[in-house]
Design a protein. Structure first.
Length: 454
């Protein structure tokens, strides 16, 4: 039924057209959108959720491609808070200046505007995998039919977008980007000027059943530039009415507006730390992680990795100290449960707590083989050999889900269990498997020699 409905709204008289060159179409769309280099506006959103009304007002500065600087003007609780979005990452800077960085984030209320600006970039193909399949007639217009896949979300359902072949405006679309659920946008009313040019047009918003969800008014704010100046949308979460005003185009917005130097340094140090960790340069990783935490003290992931780096550098006390801080801040952060549980077990400092932490990690992510292996090792330390063997063998049923070196460690752990159970041949076999994965590991070679001598 869905396929038939989409065909019905897309207009009559269209068919696959092998003569359409996708690259040529993208160049035309890019050229049409080159009119917008930057944009400053005020976006006012009135939300009604369960009868409770709230007005959120933001000053929005956009610069191609995909850079946003947002300053909240209302409500008073958010006034002065800034949000910086660039390359999919984000930074929130509250009034007190204590910023927080995110690898990925979105801003409520920005969905429609950002959707309509998505092709405002020098290279659409860098951000989207686009295929132009055919032409379609919509009213008296001819549109290209585009399948648009966001490269950052390759597993998501691609959008279908009908782009006018002359004005390069969105005339129809099927997308989940605006309401967070599959939604259809269809060309509604058109307001023309004296010479027949478009002054504005509307897109009617419906769900896939055809039930009306609202309307988007696209207004020409400069020659050939249409923006969503009025938006009325409703969903299960409530209703929002938006107005875009005080629009200024191409004022020469500087790149500095979209950079928070501390956040950029933090991200650079985080990359440095992760690279050093991967190369087993743990002292270098520690220094970099410590700088990350100076800049962003609440970075849970960095503090957890700092603890692990201390452990691998031979400093169990500092490792435990950092991981305890993580769990004091977030008791349900499973990587810290796993890391602290493993250290407490391996050092036999607190086997009971170690098992409790690791069972919590496994209960939280039952298919995580690293957590299973850690729990099996804790059972081994408790001399629960049957439980240890069963748990580590279960972890090894998922070899492709292990980080490479962790898979070698799991085989070594199982070897130690087998040795404790008097199964020397099996223990030797597991150490050999570990060496196949990590052939330059001197400790594994020593263990293999020891087992063979015995």
């Amino acid at each position: 039924m869905l396929a038939l409905f989409v065909l019905a709204i897309s207009g009559a008289g269209h068919a696959a057209d092998e003569s359409i060159n996708t690259q040529d179409v993208l160049k035309q769309i890019q050229s049409a959108n080159a009119r917008v280099r930057d944009l400053t506006c005020v976006l006012e959103s009135v939300y009604n959720r369960g009868g409770v009304e709230e007005t959120v007002t933001m000053q929005v500065v956009f610069k191609r491609p995909d850079k946003y600087h947002i300053t909240y003007l209302a409500p008073s609780s958010n006034e002065g808070t800034r949000v910086i979005l660039a390359k999919g990452a984000g930074v929130v800077v509250p009034k007190d200046g204590h910023w927080k960085a995110y690898d990925s984030m979105s801003v409520a209320g920005l969905e429609t505007l950002s959707y309509m600006l998505r092709f405002t970039r020098d290279s659409i193909a860098d951000a989207y995998d686009v295929r132009v399949s055919e032409r379609a007639n919509i009213r008296d217009r001819v549109a290209y039919v585009l399948s648009v896949q966001d490269r950052k979300s390759p597993g998501a359902e691609p959008d279908t977008v009908w782009i006018d072949n002359m004005k390069f405006l969105i005339l129809q679309a099927q997308t989940s980007a605006i309401l967070g659920e599959p939604t259809l946008l269809r060309l509604g009313t058109i307001q023309e000027g004296e010479k027949g040019d478009w002054k504005s047009y509307t897109l009617t918003v419906t769900d896939l059943r055809g039930d009306r969800r609202g309307e988007i008014t696209m207004t020409q704010v400069d020659k050939g530039v249409f923006l969503p100046t009025k938006v009325e949308l409703s969903s299960a979460r409530g209703r929002v009415d938006q107005v875009l005003r005080d629009i200024k185009l191409n004022t020469g917005v500087k790149d500095d507006l979209f950079v928070l130097k501390e956040a950029e340094e933090m991200r650079a140090k985080l990359k440095e730390a992760q690279s050093a960790f991967d190369r087993r340069k743990y002292e270098q990783a520690i220094r970099a992680y410590e700088r990350v935490l100076e800049l962003d003290p609440e970075n849970t992931e960095a503090r957890c990795d700092l603890g692990l780096s201390y452990w691998l550098s031979g400093n169990a006390d500092k490792a435990i100290q950092e991981l305890e801080k993580v769990l004091a801040q977030n008791p349900n952060y499973l990587p810290a449960c796993n890391n602290l549980g493993f250290i407490l077990a391996d050092t036999k400092r607190d086997l009971k707590r170690a098992v409790a932490l690791l069972e919590k990690a496994v209960d939280g992510e039952p298919a995580n083989p690293v957590y299973m292996d850690s729990l099996g090792w804790a059972y081994f330390k408790q001399e629960r050999l049957d439980d240890a063997e069963r748990t580590i063998r279960r972890a090894l049923l998922f070899p492709s889900d292990f980080p490479e070196k962790s898979l070698a460690t799991a085989h070594y752990h199982l070897a130690m269990v087998y040795e404790a159970k008097g199964m020397k041949a099996e223990a030797i076999q597991e150490v050999q498997k570990a060496l196949e994965i990590d052939p330059f590991n001197s400790m594994l070679r020593q263990e293999l020699a020891r087992l063979r001598r015995g």
